[in-house]
Design a protein around this ligand. Structure first.
Ligand SMILES: Nc1nc2c(ncn2[C@@H]2O[C@H](COP(=O)(O)OP(=O)(O)OP(=O)(O)O)[C@@H](O)[C@H]2O)c(=O)[nH]1
Ligand SMILES: [Zn+2]
Length: 216
């Protein structure tokens, strides 16, 4: 079993989130060996034989998958937004339907769906690259999460770093912990929203943004 994170994994995580260029260096490492030992124990505990042919590499595979799924824990989200541009544009900017794969922190099962991220640039007219909004979603999604916190973390980081007039974030996901186990309601969606600045104060601005978010 490997004890240290393979160099390739950190690079993979870095590329996924933005890497040295926009996500900052990945400073800490995941203890792959520890995950492997734990997964080996889980396989024993469910009554499987972890040493049978098909399962021999499973603990190592799961460890690498976890390193990727939780790579966001080791990345400073604010670093993702360091590329900003001056622009005359002071109207609403929205990136819709950003695919989200996250893990619920209660069951470590996936929840997946879409995020819609919009903001109105601030008085200084600074905007960020559109892809950076999706990278911001990635950084927070690749952590053990609850959907409410994911939504507000995206909104708060945008509000802090860009100092925009307003921010609106809507996340719409299906939680596999509600679909494949427990209450077993496949297809149910959870929708969470977070508004900051102008969108908190103005119902008209909120409604206009929501109509663009919901437009099909
Ligand atoms: N608010 C919120 N709840 C979540 C999220 N993801 C999972 N949950 C819920 O977390 C709760 C955990 O409840 P518990 O009673 O401690 O755990 P449980 O016995 O496995 O619950 P059931 O899922 O109802 O079987 C469940 O109601 C989940 O649906 C999330 O992102 N936000
Ligand atoms: Zn869950």
């Amino acid at each position: 079993m490997s004890e240290e994170l393979e160099p390739g994994i950190d690079h993979l995580a870095a590329r996924l989130i933005g890497g040295e260029h926009s996500g900052g260096p990945v400073e800490n490492t995941v203890d792959l060996g520890r995950i492997e030992r734990a997964v080996y124990e889980i396989l024993l505990a469910i009554g499987e034989n972890p040493d049978r042919d098909g399962l021999q590499k499973t603990p190592a595979r799961v460890a690498r998958a976890y390193a990727e799924m939780f790579a966001g824990l080791r990345i400073d989200a604010a670093q993702v937004l360091t590329t900003t541009f001056e622009a005359d544009h002071d109207e609403f900017v929205l990136v819709r339907d950003i695919e989200v794969y996250s893990s619920c922190e209660h069951h470590l099962l996936p929840f997946h769906g879409v995020a819609h991220v919009g903001y109105i640039p601030g008085a200084h007219g600074r905007i960020t690259g559109l892809s950076k909004l999706a990278r911001l979603v990635e950084v927070y999604a690749r952590r053990p999460q609850v959907q409410e916190r994911l939504t507000s973390q995206i909104a708060d980081t945008l509000a802090e770093v860009l100092d925009p007039r307003g921010v609106i974030v809507v996340v719409d996901c299906e939680h596999l912990c509600m679909s494949m186990r427990g209450i077993r309601k496949p297809g149910s969606r959870t929708v969470t929203s977070a508004v900051r600045g102008h969108f908190e104060r103005s119902a008209a601005a909120r409604n206009e943004a929501m109509s663009l978010i919901l437009r099909r």
